[in-house]
Design a protein around this ligand. Structure first.
Ligand code: PGA
Length: 264
């Protein structure tokens, strides 16, 4: 089995003023200085990004959403070139909060992924089922639809370009985030998460071939904490974490990342 470099990203959502973000980073950056075997990023509000990317270069910076058009009449949106111009590495795409509250679809998710990869930027595409969909046994169908529709909107050209030029850091990362585990304190068990990640990797293999499926990283997200990170990260198909609540305090998130990066 190919070993994949882990990727941990904190999703701050709509939290932190510029002052709070700076205080966080002043504590966080030195605390993660010794972690060299994993990628560490933060997804922050667009308001915060320009000053943070300038001051804290050891952290990979992500937007929480990004539009597919180059420019134009898209009120409230941000483009890949705007993000790139302030050294943002990439963006989350189709987080479940955006799917539920902002009308994000699989089609628009695919368009966003295509724009990011086309610009040579990272995309973290979020997928995951609701509690009803899990309880009714339909979770694999849901994941398959989310992946296939986004993939169809994007086109194979982009998904194979997803490997990028750095063998350790493919441009596309998938995040399995079961909606029922986000912000609820009820994480998927490591066995449930592994099963879903293996399903996603199987889909990748079927549609994009063995190499892409082995190299793309799949993060788990949904109530990841210091208590469960070891067990989740020890699963063969879990290549990192997307962390909401537990990424808001610098010391806690630094500890979580340090511990998660050590798990094999
Ligand atoms: P949580 O959020 O860690 O607070 O559950 C995860 C996410 O929304 O990405």
């Amino acid at each position: 089995m190919m070993s994949r470099r882990k990727i941990f990203v904190g999703n701050w959502k709509m939290n932190k003023t510029p002052q709070e973000a700076q205080a966080f980073c002043e504590a966080f950056a030195p605390a993660i200085g010794g972690v060299s075997n994993a990628d560490i990023g933060l997804a922050a509000s667009n308001l915060l990004l320009p000053s943070l990317t300038t001051r804290f270069r050891g952290i990979q910076w992500f937007a929480q959403n990004c539009h597919w058009a180059a420019s134009g009449a898209f009120t409230g949106e941000v483009s890949t070139s705007m993000l790139k111009s302030v050294d943002v590495s990439g963006s989350l795409v189709a987080h479940s909060e955006r799917r539920q509250m902002c009308g994000e679809t699989n089609l628009s998710a695919g368009q966003r992924v295509a724009a990011l990869l086309g610009a040579g930027m990272q995309a973290i595409l979020c997928v995951g089922e609701t509690l009803t969909e899990r309880d009714s046994g339909r979770w694999t169908d849901v994941l398959k639809t989310q992946l296939s529709e986004a993939f169809e909107a994007t086109g194979i050209k982009h998904w194979t370009a997803a490997l990028g030029s750095d063998p350790e850091r493919p441009l596309l990362t998938l995040a399995y985030e079961p909606v029922w585990a986000i912000g609820t304190g009820r994480a998927a068990t490591s066995a449930q998460a592994q099963e879903a990640h293996a399903f996603i990797r199987g889909w990748l293999k079927e549609n994009l071939g063995t190499e892409v499926s082995q190299r793309l990283r799949i993060q788990y997200g949904g109530s990841v904490t210091l208590q469960n990170v070891d067990e989740l990260m020890s699963m063969p198909d879990i290549d990192g974490a997307l962390v909401g609540g537990a990424s808001l305090k610098a010391e806690d998130f630094a500890q979580l990342v340090t511990r998660g990066a050590k798990s094999v």
